[in-house]
Design a protein around this ligand. Structure first.
Ligand SMILES: [Zn+2]
Length: 152
Protein backbone atom coordinates (compact mmCIF):
# COMPACT_ATOMS: atom_id res chain seq x y z
CA UNK A 1 0.00 0.00 0.00
CA UNK A 2 1.27 3.44 -0.85
CA UNK A 3 2.22 5.36 2.29
CA UNK A 4 -0.19 8.12 1.27
CA UNK A 5 -3.05 5.78 2.16
CA UNK A 6 -1.72 4.64 5.53
CA UNK A 7 -3.01 6.13 8.76
CA UNK A 8 -0.46 8.24 10.62
CA UNK A 9 -2.09 8.45 14.02
CA UNK A 10 -3.00 4.94 15.08
CA UNK A 11 -4.70 4.55 18.42
CA UNK A 12 -4.87 0.99 19.74
CA UNK A 13 -8.48 0.16 20.48
CA UNK A 14 -9.16 -2.00 23.52
CA UNK A 15 -10.83 -5.32 22.73
CA UNK A 16 -13.42 -6.45 25.25
CA UNK A 17 -14.90 -9.94 25.12
CA UNK A 18 -18.04 -9.97 27.24
CA UNK A 19 -21.04 -12.14 28.06
CA UNK A 20 -24.20 -10.21 27.23
CA UNK A 21 -26.70 -10.64 30.07
CA UNK A 22 -29.38 -7.99 29.61
CA UNK A 23 -29.79 -6.04 26.40
CA UNK A 24 -31.72 -2.91 27.20
CA UNK A 25 -30.57 -0.75 24.33
CA UNK A 26 -32.84 0.38 21.55
CA UNK A 27 -32.47 -2.96 19.77
CA UNK A 28 -34.17 -3.43 16.42
CA UNK A 29 -33.53 -6.35 14.12
CA UNK A 30 -30.79 -8.85 14.71
CA UNK A 31 -28.19 -8.75 17.49
CA UNK A 32 -24.65 -8.46 16.15
CA UNK A 33 -21.90 -10.68 17.59
CA UNK A 34 -19.63 -7.66 17.99
CA UNK A 35 -19.46 -3.94 17.55
CA UNK A 36 -16.70 -1.45 16.96
CA UNK A 37 -17.97 2.00 17.82
CA UNK A 38 -18.37 4.88 17.35
CA UNK A 39 -18.87 5.14 13.59
CA UNK A 40 -18.55 8.93 13.47
CA UNK A 41 -15.03 9.65 12.19
CA UNK A 42 -14.87 12.95 14.14
CA UNK A 43 -15.39 11.15 17.46
CA UNK A 44 -13.01 8.34 16.43
CA UNK A 45 -10.35 10.96 15.67
CA UNK A 46 -10.77 12.62 19.07
CA UNK A 47 -11.55 9.63 21.29
CA UNK A 48 -10.65 6.43 19.41
CA UNK A 49 -12.86 3.37 19.22
CA UNK A 50 -13.96 0.57 21.48
CA UNK A 51 -14.35 -2.97 20.25
CA UNK A 52 -16.76 -5.27 22.06
CA UNK A 53 -17.26 -8.93 21.19
CA UNK A 54 -20.26 -10.74 22.65
CA UNK A 55 -19.09 -14.29 23.32
CA UNK A 56 -22.39 -15.86 24.38
CA UNK A 57 -24.20 -14.22 21.43
CA UNK A 58 -21.46 -15.60 19.16
CA UNK A 59 -21.93 -19.08 20.65
CA UNK A 60 -25.70 -18.89 20.16
CA UNK A 61 -25.38 -17.74 16.53
CA UNK A 62 -22.82 -20.44 15.83
CA UNK A 63 -24.98 -23.19 17.34
CA UNK A 64 -28.38 -22.10 16.01
CA UNK A 65 -27.51 -20.46 12.67
CA UNK A 66 -24.06 -21.44 11.40
CA UNK A 67 -24.13 -25.14 12.28
CA UNK A 68 -27.46 -25.69 10.46
CA UNK A 69 -26.07 -23.78 7.44
CA UNK A 70 -22.88 -25.88 7.59
CA UNK A 71 -25.02 -29.00 7.81
CA UNK A 72 -26.81 -28.01 4.60
CA UNK A 73 -23.85 -26.58 2.66
CA UNK A 74 -20.70 -28.44 3.68
CA UNK A 75 -19.96 -32.01 2.77
CA UNK A 76 -20.32 -34.53 5.60
CA UNK A 77 -16.60 -35.40 5.60
CA UNK A 78 -15.65 -31.70 6.09
CA UNK A 79 -18.23 -30.85 8.78
CA UNK A 80 -15.85 -32.03 11.52
CA UNK A 81 -13.71 -29.00 10.58
CA UNK A 82 -16.47 -26.56 11.62
CA UNK A 83 -15.58 -25.33 15.12
CA UNK A 84 -16.77 -22.47 17.32
CA UNK A 85 -13.17 -21.44 18.12
CA UNK A 86 -12.42 -20.93 14.41
CA UNK A 87 -15.61 -18.88 13.96
CA UNK A 88 -14.90 -16.81 17.07
CA UNK A 89 -11.26 -16.21 16.11
CA UNK A 90 -12.42 -14.95 12.73
CA UNK A 91 -14.96 -12.66 14.46
CA UNK A 92 -12.11 -11.10 16.47
CA UNK A 93 -9.96 -10.62 13.35
CA UNK A 94 -12.94 -9.25 11.41
CA UNK A 95 -13.42 -6.62 14.12
CA UNK A 96 -9.71 -5.78 14.24
CA UNK A 97 -9.63 -5.37 10.46
CA UNK A 98 -12.37 -2.76 10.50
CA UNK A 99 -9.64 -0.39 11.62
CA UNK A 100 -7.40 -1.11 8.64
CA UNK A 101 -7.44 1.29 5.74
CA UNK A 102 -8.02 4.99 5.37
CA UNK A 103 -11.02 6.58 7.05
CA UNK A 104 -10.24 10.11 5.95
CA UNK A 105 -9.31 10.55 2.30
CA UNK A 106 -8.21 13.33 -0.03
CA UNK A 107 -10.35 13.78 -3.14
CA UNK A 108 -8.74 14.54 -6.53
CA UNK A 109 -9.54 18.26 -6.19
CA UNK A 110 -7.79 18.37 -2.79
CA UNK A 111 -10.90 18.26 -0.55
CA UNK A 112 -10.84 16.09 2.56
CA UNK A 113 -13.62 13.55 2.89
CA UNK A 114 -14.37 10.19 4.48
CA UNK A 115 -14.85 6.76 2.99
CA UNK A 116 -18.36 6.68 4.53
CA UNK A 117 -19.36 9.92 2.82
CA UNK A 118 -17.98 8.99 -0.58
CA UNK A 119 -19.25 5.40 -0.71
CA UNK A 120 -22.66 6.41 0.69
CA UNK A 121 -25.13 3.49 0.79
CA UNK A 122 -22.40 1.06 -0.38
CA UNK A 123 -20.11 1.87 2.54
CA UNK A 124 -21.55 -0.55 5.08
CA UNK A 125 -21.60 -3.60 2.79
CA UNK A 126 -18.11 -2.87 1.41
CA UNK A 127 -16.72 -2.22 4.90
CA UNK A 128 -18.10 -5.54 6.17
CA UNK A 129 -16.78 -7.41 3.12
CA UNK A 130 -13.36 -5.77 3.63
CA UNK A 131 -13.26 -6.75 7.31
CA UNK A 132 -14.23 -10.33 6.42
CA UNK A 133 -11.64 -10.86 3.69
CA UNK A 134 -8.81 -8.94 5.40
CA UNK A 135 -9.55 -10.86 8.61
CA UNK A 136 -9.20 -14.15 6.73
CA UNK A 137 -6.07 -12.92 4.93
CA UNK A 138 -4.53 -11.86 8.26
CA UNK A 139 -5.22 -15.24 9.85
CA UNK A 140 -3.63 -17.02 6.88
CA UNK A 141 -0.66 -14.62 7.05
CA UNK A 142 -0.16 -15.28 10.77
CA UNK A 143 -0.50 -19.06 10.29
CA UNK A 144 2.20 -18.90 7.60
CA UNK A 145 4.40 -16.74 9.88
CA UNK A 146 3.97 -19.27 12.70
CA UNK A 147 4.78 -22.17 10.37
CA UNK A 148 7.89 -20.33 9.15
CA UNK A 149 9.08 -19.54 12.68
CA UNK A 150 8.48 -23.13 13.82
CA UNK A 151 10.40 -24.48 10.81
CA UNK A 152 13.44 -22.25 11.52
ZN1 LIG B 1 -18.10 -5.95 10.82
Amino acid sequence: MDSAYKSNAIIAAPIRVIQLVPNARDVKGSQTVAFNLPNDERIVKDRGTSMVILKNVSEAKFKHILLPIADACISKEQQELVHFESFFTHCIYHECCHGIGPHTIMLPKGEKSTMRLELQELHSALEEAKADIVGLWTLKFLICQKMTSVAV
